[in-house]
Design a protein around this ligand. Structure first.
Ligand code: ADP
Ligand code: MG
Length: 427
């Protein structure tokens, strides 16, 4: 019997490669929808793809037609994506093909933070007070609105990876923040939506909930502690899991995540719900993604909990029972390597080597490339994952390894060379 084909919407990046590898290992033909015929996929994908359909993801209707026509021709029976920007399209394609996927009518709400805020409010999810700036004229009015106040957070409605997100302390800082959010919004993958969200700032500790839903039933794989930069820009500098919260706090987090997952129509697939837990243990949902958490969270789940999350997601997409129970009780953390200065990267040394308890080391910045302190997750230069049985030992080892990494960054104007090399990891 021929197995159904598996289609990935965008196959770039390590998570897509792991999904493709899991599918191919089980004998499925793996296909990719890509934005360009020459999309540069890494060596992991070489030889794995049975075929691809080239489309323009920014033109949703056309992409839907082209992808579904291709999928029917090639016997595709499962559609997956790990690309935040393509989760709505994945829901539309799955519905059109009649294969397991999320509710197409609600999928936009997992991508568009204005629609998300509305869907959450309607579902009774606890969210920060959120206002939408549709155009330049009403910007000041919204920012002066007493209901949001300062500090507040300005972000593009269609953004991801902290791009264009600014924590704003006063009206004076707000104009530049709105402009920055608009600049991010103008890139085609956000479909040019210029709307900007102004949201009350929620103080507390940031976590994410990694969940998988099958036939509308949700399993929480882990709660993850998020390491972020402080200040006006909030870049993710690490993730650690599983976090063991006090039982009442953990259930408060799950009680918020579950209606949030339903509100954006997640029925078959992964989700990543970002929350803040305040000093009073109150849990507020910041946002949700209808996909596996990025930043190697799947690798952390695999190593800490012994869950083959890629195989599980494949089963969900194929409509087969997925094995998502933990088979290990360990701990894992990822640390991202970032530049402390703006300039050109001259050298990097002291990167850890993969080995026992260190399953992943990734470096993506070329020597000579421009680098900068991170303004968004896309400015991170590399990452490594540490795993082990004991949380404190894992965190200590990760911190020690981070201290050994040295970046030399030369100022761009070359008027003076920074003589001291600097530790590469944000706190
Ligand atoms: N309302 C908020 N209160 C406090 N911090 C926030 C708020 N909104 C966003 N942040 C911070 O900014 C980061 C990025 O914002 P987020 O809404 O998650 O956008 P993105 O889709 O780019 O990840 C969050 O991880 C968090 O650190
Ligand atoms: Mg986020």
């Amino acid at each position: 019997m021929t197995l159904p084909g598996v289609l990935l919407l965008d196959a770039a990046g390590p998570e897509a490669a792991l999904l493709a590898t899991a599918a191919a290992a089980r004998g499925h033909e793996v296909h990719a929808a890509t934005a360009a015929a020459n999309a540069a996929y890494g060596p992991e994908l070489k030889g794995l793809l049975a075929g691809r359909v080239v489309t323009d993801f920014a033109r949703l209707d056309r992409a839907l037609d082209e992808i579904t026509a291709y999928a029917r021709r090639r016997g595709v029976g499962a559609v997956l994506t790990v690309n935040e920007y393509l989760t709505e399209l994945a829901a539309l394609v799955s519905a059109e093909l009649g294969v397991p996927g999320n509710e197409p009518g609600r999928a936009r709400a997992a991508r568009d933070k204005a629609a998300m805020a509305e869907a959450f409010a309607a579902a009774g999810v606890h969210v920060p007070r959120t206002l939408v700036v549709q155009n330049e004229v009403d910007g000041d009015q919204v920012l002066e609105d007493w209901r949001v106040g300062f500090p507040c957070v300005v972000k593009p409605v269609g953004g991801a990876g902290s791009a264009g997100v600014t924590v704003v302390g006063s009206l004076a800082e707000a104009v530049a923040a709105v402009e920055e959010a608009r600049a991010v919004a103008s890139v085609p993958r956000h479909a040019g939506d210029p709307a900007v969200l102004v949201q009350a700032y929620v103080a507390g500790t940031e976590y994410s909930v990694e969940s998988v839903t099958q036939d509308g039933v949700t399993v929480h794989l882990a709660i993850t502690r998020k390491h972020v930069t402080g200040g006006t820009a909030r870049t993710e500098t690490g993730h650690s899991l599983p976090v063991r919260l006090a039982p009442d706090v953990e259930s408060a987090v799950h009680r918020q995540a579950e209606p949030a997952i339903r509100a954006v129509g997640i029925r078959h697939g992964a989700s990543h719900t970002e929350v803040v837990v305040g000093a009073d243990s109150r849990c507020t949902v910041i946002e949700i993604g209808a996909r596996l958490g990025a930043g190697h969270i799947g690798v952390l789940v695999q190593h800490a909990l012994g869950i083959d999350v890629w195989s599980g997601l494949l089963d969900v997409a194929l409509g087969r029972p997925a094995a998502l129970s933990p088979t290990a009780r360990g701990f894992a953390t990822v640390r991202f390597i970032v530049s402390p200065h703006a300039g050109r990267l001259v050298s990097v040394s002291g990167l850890p080597e993969p080995g026992p308890g260190l399953p992943l080391v990734r470096w993506r910045a070329a020597i000579g490339a421009p680098v900068r302190p991170p303004r968004a997750n896309g400015h991170r230069l590399g990452a490594f994952v540490v795993t082990g049985a004991d949380e404190a030992e894992v965190e200590e080892r990760a911190a020690a390894l981070a201290r050994r990494i040295r970046l030399r960054v030369e100022p761009d104007d070359r008027s003076h060379v920074s003589s001291a090399s600097t530790s590469a990891i944000a706190p």
